[in-house]
Design a protein around this ligand. Structure first.
Ligand code: SF4
Length: 273
């Protein structure tokens, strides 16, 4: 069993304004630099209290590859919801083989999953948005919260062009949804084509389902292939209308919309931009 790592960062310190200013300064400094420069700085500043979040998406794979070239000991974690497509596990095996990275698997609380599924059935996500969000909360949001309590910084593959709720993400943010740790989005200003160019040029392994019409990878019951012309995240929770195509790990989910840290800042709600 792995010993619990204590964070060097203390989210409850009363220096939040200073920290916010520091993060804003870093966001400005790295806004027009390459993703590698941001990762190099972040690895130097936060490793080993920093980890990349990977769920099988091509963005996370590009980041993993870049970071590994800078520091082969880079940490990577994933949230195993118990409903992932089998191809996702194949990709994580490839990561072990090619990079020698032991991806850290995080799991939901068994009792919470059992209680929800026993009461509502295994395919409860199709019954109502509330139940879908409850499933995401138990299988993704809570395990992520638990993981991030052990870290000072985490890295995500969010890009501004992916969806409306992501249009204001900054490259360096204070993640107020997770105790004020630092969140890095090195590909915030990349396009999907640029990510794929990087992956092909550097022979980065990618998820098999991308060759079968998928443009975003998530849980098996909640992700479908997209048609030509559909947006990147159209295949996620495709049966829902007027929701934000988010599960709550990158923002606080509300039924009719969510806000990134950048949007909260723009709205004067105290988060960083
Ligand atoms: S994406 Fe679907 S299966 Fe996965 S946690 Fe959310 S509702 Fe549950």
């Amino acid at each position: 069993m792995t010993a619990e790592r204590e964070p060097i960062h203390e989210p409850t310190l009363p220096v939040i304004d200073e920290e916010t200013a520091w993060v804003h300064e870093a966001a400005g400094r790295f806004e027009h630099t390459g993703a590698e420069a941001l990762l190099e700085w972040a690895l130097d500043r936060f490793h080993p209290k920093m980890a990349i979040s990977a769920a099988g998406g091509v963005d996370g794979m590009a980041i993993l590859d870049m970071a590994w070239r800078i520091n082969p000991d880079v940490r990577v974690f994933t949230l195993d919801t118990g409903r992932l497509p089998v191809e996702t596990y194949g990709l994580f095996e490839e990561i072990r083989e090619k990079y020698g990275i032991a991806v850290e698997f995080e799991y939901p609380e068994t009792a919470a999953v059992s209680e929800l599924v026993t009461a509502e059935g295994p395919n409860l996500m199709y019954l109502s948005v509330d139940l879908r969000i409850a499933c995401c909360e138990i299988r993704k949001v809570e395990p992520l919260r638990r993981k991030l309590r052990t870290l000072d910084a985490w890295v995500a593959g969010l890009r501004r062009e992916q969806w409306a709720s992501r249009r204001n993400v900054a490259k360096v943010e204070l993640d107020t949804d997770h105790g004020g740790i630092v969140k890095l989005n090195p590909l915030a200003d990349w396009t999907a084509d640029e990510v794929w160019d990087y992956v092909r040029k550097n022979e980065v392994p990618y998820h098999e389902l991308f060759d079968h019409g998928y443009s975003s990878i998530g849980c098996s019951p909640c992700t479908r292939p997209v048609d030509p012309g559909e947006s990147e995240r159209a295949g996620r929770w495709w049966w829902e209308e007027n929701t934000n195509k988010e599960c709550g790990i990158h923002c606080s989910v509300q039924l009719m919309g969510s806000k990134s840290d950048g949007e909260k800042a723009a709205a004067g709600e105290g988060a960083s931009a």
